[in-house]
Write a protein that binds this ligand. Structure first.
Ligand code: SF4
Ligand code: F3S
Length: 390
């Protein structure tokens, strides 16, 4: 089997097809700040009403929000697969005989309760006592939960694509979006079984499967996906994850260089991490981790979680790396704070950006300025009578 590079793991591994993802100029990517998510599910409903409101699609939540550690759609999807993988094995290396990918098809019951575990905390409230925060330096809450928005990652090593014997799933040249051709699909459901994130779903009415489309018609028009533009918590930023420090200006007076999401994920100041990189699919949705949650839990969820640290993570161990990233998210630098202002600032795709002392600006793919924001909201105090509580 061919080998592919996997920078998220710092090594190469088996994958059924050869490819070189880094050579694309443009690749779909997203960063989600979990600390801002309030589980309102506006994203989930925006996605559902746009894409999966038809017959046979009733159970299809391409976008869903889970409460960690107990929520999951389908139930227990992550732990069930992690239990099947040997130490350090990707889902491609752990494939059973006759299969290309290790996975499982969730039972009907596992899809029945998308909100099970919502708002349930880890740890027990002491009865009769006031719960006080112990969130001092280096400490984390004993009682915790957080919200994890989940969607298709438009992976660079897509398991759905690898698994399909009909080659009905393909990755678009122009933006890396992974699509399923329903004309070619024969309903084999290997994609449903193979995607470790459980995002391709079978439609019993049509007899073929469907998978999330990355809101490609909006991307083509220069807009961000519906889950991003509708998010009232301004948790997300979408754009070109492949735009690195040497990329030229897109035009006009726009600066060249990195996209804002590339900075958050790939600069030395790494603050956003992939979800379960150990699966090996190179997911392209990245999460700014919650800073109140114990690092042990996040190490398992957002790092390769192996004994030996093999790539460019900041600490000596993966656990230490998580603590460093948590601290960077808790006390962001001026530059990261500037990029955070761009989250939810416009419905247009931000290709390049600039952070100055006072303002942050963003330009679209045509080099037009689409965001220009102050670091601090200007406050106007109206003259005249003042409110008092008298
Ligand atoms: Fe395919 Fe699943 Fe990756 Fe989406 S998240 S590209 S459906 S393997
Ligand atoms: Fe292939 Fe999935 Fe259809 S495996 S044939 S795309 S159901």
């Amino acid at each position: 089997m061919p080998q592919v590079e996997n920078p998220q793991l710092g090594r190469s591994h088996d994958y059924p097809y050869e490819h070189r993802e880094e050579e694309r100029d443009w690749h779909w990517g997203m960063v989600i700040n979990t600390n801002r998510c309030i589980n309102c599910n506006t994203c989930s409903f925006a996605c559902k009403s746009t894409w999966t409101s038809g017959k046979g699609e009733e159970y299809m939540w391409w976008m869903n929000v889970e409460t960690e550690p107990y929520g999951g759609y389908p139930m227990g999807w992550d732990m069930r697969l992690l239990d099947d993988l040997g130490a350090g094995e990707t889902i491609f290396e752990a494939a059973e005989d006759g299969e290309r990918v290790r996975g499982y098809i969730a039972d009907k019951e596992e899809w029945e309760y998308p909100a099970l575990g919502d708002d349930q905390v880890h740890g027990e409230y002491p009865t009769g006592e006031v719960v006080e925060s112990d969130l001092e330096e280096g400490k984390h809450h004993d009682i915790w939960q957080f919200y994890l928005p989940r969607l298709c990652n438009h992976c660079k090593n897509p398991a759905c694509l690898a698994a399909c014997p009909r080659q009905a799933i393909y990755k678009r040249e122009e933006d890396g979006i992974v699509l399923l051709d329903q004309e070619r699909c024969r309903g084999y459901r290997k994609c449903v079984k193979g995607c470790p994130y459980h995002k391709p779903m079978y439609n019993p009415e049509t007899g073929v499967s469907e998978k999330p489309v990355g809101c490609y018609p909006r991307i083509e028009e220069g807009f961000v996906p519906r889950c991003v533009s509708s998010c009232i918590g301004k948790t997300r930023l979408h754009g070109n994850i492949n735009r690195g420090p040497d990329a030229p200006s897109p035009g006009g007076d726009a600066p060249g260089g990195r996209s804002p999401i590339n900075y958050l994920v790939h600069s030395d100041e790494k603050v956003a991490l992939p979800l379960y990189p150990q699966f090996g699919t190179r997911p392209q949705v990245f999460y700014m981790p919650p800073y109140h949650v114990p690092p042990e839990f996040l190490t398992q969820m957002f790092t390769p979680n192996e004994e030996v640290k093999r790539n460019d993570w900041p600490g000596e161990t993966y656990r230490e790396s998580i603590e460093i990233v948590q601290e960077r998210v808790r006390n962001p630098s001026h530059h990261v704070l500037g990029i955070l202002q761009l989250f939810g600032a416009t419905t247009e795709l931000i290709e390049t950006y600039e952070v100055s002392e006072e303002r942050v600006r963003g330009w679209n793919r045509d080099g037009e300025k689409v965001a220009d924001l102050p670091f601090e909201e200007e406050l106007e105090v109206r003259e005249g009578e003042q409110w008092t509580n008298q």
